[in-house]
Write a protein that binds this ligand. Structure first.
Ligand SMILES: Cc1cc2nc3c(=O)[nH]c(=O)nc-3n(C[C@H](O)[C@H](O)[C@H](O)COP(=O)(O)O)c2cc1C
Length: 187
């Protein structure tokens, strides 16, 4: 089972890695293979063309495409920017295509405010459905991200450990179910 995690922000002093690391740690504690994909490290150019049509794609993009293709499920950790998703995240999403098809997808959204990114969650679901991904019904929204997780991804409120585990239970259920369907299908 391989579940990469996409960090949806590259802002200086960003909070999203706190949430991504939290989920990374909880997946590892279950023995699930996982990996963080960080747009700050990947330093992708603004999209001029999709990966499959690029003659000399950046190696970070090639690695990302292969990871999403191989993944049994994907997690996207995103902040809410003006009720939508950050440009850096959309840049990563749009660079791929078929890699997303039928991929179980868990979206975790956050903000520093009290609402926890509920609107970006809905907006991103529509984008990912258009790509043929399968956003799972369960979701996780995190208000006050700066106070909820520390920089290493440890939850300051232990209740978040249970919330995170329930969310991952659902995601891994869909990953198992769709893996069976994939194995039985020639399409
Ligand atoms: C460009 C921008 C737009 C934002 N828009 C929203 C918003 O629509 N709703 C909200 O609750 N918080 C909003 N915020 C505050 C973010 O929740 C907060 O900055 C959060 O830490 C962003 O994630 P990041 O630190 O990983 O970039 C915005 C922040 C930025 C930088």
């Amino acid at each position: 089972m391989y579940v990469p995690i996409v960090i949806g922000s590259l802002r200086q002093g960003r909070n999203t890695p706190r949430l991504a690391r939290f989920l990374h740690n909880r997946l590892e504690s279950r023995g699930v293979e996982t990996q963080l994909f960080d747009p700050r490290e990947m330093a992708l150019p603004v999209l001029e063309e999709r990966l499959r049509l690029l003659e000399n794609p950046p190696s970070a993009l090639v690695e990302f495409g292969a990871a999403i293709d191989r993944a049994d499920a994907v997690i996207i950790a995103t902040p809410e920017y003006n009720k939508g998703y950050p440009a850096a995240l959309k840049n990563m999403i749009d660079a791929l295509g078929a890699e997303w098809k039928r991929k179980p997808l868990g979206i975790v959204a956050h903000s520093v405010g009290a609402f926890g990114g509920g609107q970006v969650l809905q907006a991103l679901r529509l984008v990912m459905l258009n790509l043929g991904a399968v956003p799972i019904p369960a979701s996780m929204t995190v208000p006050h991200i700066d106070k909820t997780f520390d920089a290493d991804g440890a939850a300051t409120d232990p209740a978040f450990n249970d919330r995170g585990d329930r969310f991952l239970d659902e995601l891994l259920w869909f990953a198992d179910a769709l893996a069976v369907a994939r194995a039985a299908s020639s399409d």
